[in-house]
Write a protein that binds this ligand. Structure first.
Ligand SMILES: Cc1ncc(COP(=O)(O)O)c(C=O)c1O
Length: 380
């Protein structure tokens, strides 16, 4: 179960820690400008469904807030994010002192590993879990404990059983990316209770809820209440997905004072810029934008499911704003899609070499993708 099959660079191991040289860098979705350059395509005709961004674009509420704050960009941002934390504290009914802001929630996932892991310690996460858990563990020189997936999702029982004497951190993505799988609230809260009871504060659980806003109402739960119950829990959220602010880089973590204090020790002083703070406050109260995004996502998901079924392709039912689909020769199909100006996400780096992950876009973007995929699959 312990994997260390990461890239060997062949560089001079003597001058740099070996575990740094073994990092296989994160593969981000290809930018539109890069594809346009590579294939001589018109950027306006390119459809990007590769990074689980919000297809509605920047919310108007955020744009207005950003224009206003532009006047003061010669100044450093508020290092403590007072106003944003106040808004978040009110929304989640927790003390502002339990919040940490991050340069995207990715920053917070990294900060947790920085504060809690070092060589000799171990971190538990699931096969096919969000790739950053592997990177954050590797960058600290800690040991990976990767539990086999169950139906492409997290097997929480296996994760609990895998915790060993060296374990300090467990990452759970719920919903998970790239698989889109979801563990219901009762299963997660049961897991948290077991970990708290058996290990107390020795094992911290990071519950990454980047896609939580896309859950159907009957599946939603209030993880801030779990933070009240468990002093070993960090819940991370982002403004990059449902709130449409991926380019600004802003997320937040909820945790009791002890863990919040640790995250704060390793955080850069000005890790969240002024525009991001102002925009996040604005969109937090933009219920209309959130609802519209939810509907567009729900409809787009059904359109993709329908197309995959018609094409005879297997997919993993998704609780996020993307779908993982089995296409066979994913590298070749991806290349053909790129030639047609459609960017999706290969996930071979996640151990899913025959699959592609497609973000759910606007109706015409989904249609362009389906049209291109249908054409590519029909080729001899
Ligand atoms: C599961 C999961 N967690 C966290 C993130 C990080 O997003 P951000 O740093 O933009 O908040 C992502 C981004 O794709 C994700 O899929």
């Amino acid at each position: 179960m312990i994997t260390n099959e990461l890239n060997k660079t062949g560089a001079d191991v003597g001058t740099v820690p070996g575990y740094i040289l073994e990092i296989a860098p994160y593969q981000a979705g290809k930018p539109i400008s890069e594809l346009a350059r590579e294939f001589g395509l018109d950027p306006a005709r390119i459809v990007k469904l590769a990074s689980n961004e919000n297809p509605l674009g920047l919310p108007e509420s955020a744009r207005i807030a950003m224009v206003e704050v532009a006047q003061s960009l010669a100044r450093y941002p508020d290092p403590n994010g007072f106003d944003l934390k106040a808004a978040l504290a009110k929304r989640h009914a927790i003390p502002a002192g339990w919040l940490t802001l991050g340069n995207g929630s990715n920053d917070l996932l990294e900060l947790a590993s920085l504060a809690l892991l070092s060589p000799g310690m171990s971190c538990v996460y699931a096969q096919y879990a969000f790739a950053v858990y592997r990177l954050a563990t590797q960058a600290r020189g800690a040991r990976h404990i990767v539990t086999p997936a169950a139906n492409y999702g997290h097997d929480l029982d296996a994760m609990f059983d895998a915790i060993d004497d060296d374990t300090r951190l467990v990452y759970i993505a719920n919903p998970n990316n790239p698989t889109g799988t979801f563990a219901p609230a009762a299963r997660v809260s049961g897991f948290l209770e077991r970990v708290s009871e058996r290990y107390g504060d020795r094992v911290t659980v990071v519950l990454d809820e980047a896609y939580t806003e896309y859950l159907e109402p009957d599946l939603r739960f209030d993880s801030a209440r779990w933070v009240e119950l468990h002093s070993n829990l960090i819940v991370t959220r982002t403004f990059s997905k449902a709130y449409g602010l991926a380019g600004l880089r802003v997320g937040f973590a909820m945790a009791q004072s002890r863990l919040t204090d640790l995250l704060n020790r390793v955080r850069q002083p000005f890790n969240v810029n002024s525009m991001a703070q102002a925009a996040a406050i604005a969109v937090l109260n933009d219920a209309e934008f959130l609802q519209r995004g939810f509907e567009v996502n729900k409809q787009g998901k059904q359109a993709l499911y329908g197309a995959f079924e018609e094409l005879g392709l297997t997919y993993v039912p998704s609780y996020g704003n993307f779908v993982l689909v089995h296409v066979g020769n994913a590298a070749a199909i991806n290349l053909e899609l790129l030639k047609r100006g459609v960017i999706v996400r290969p996930v071979d780096g996640d151990g899913l070499a025959q699959w592609l992950r497609v973000s759910i876009g606007l109706p015409d973007e989904n249609a362009r993708f389906i049209e291109a995929l249908t054409e590519v699959l029909a080729q001899p």
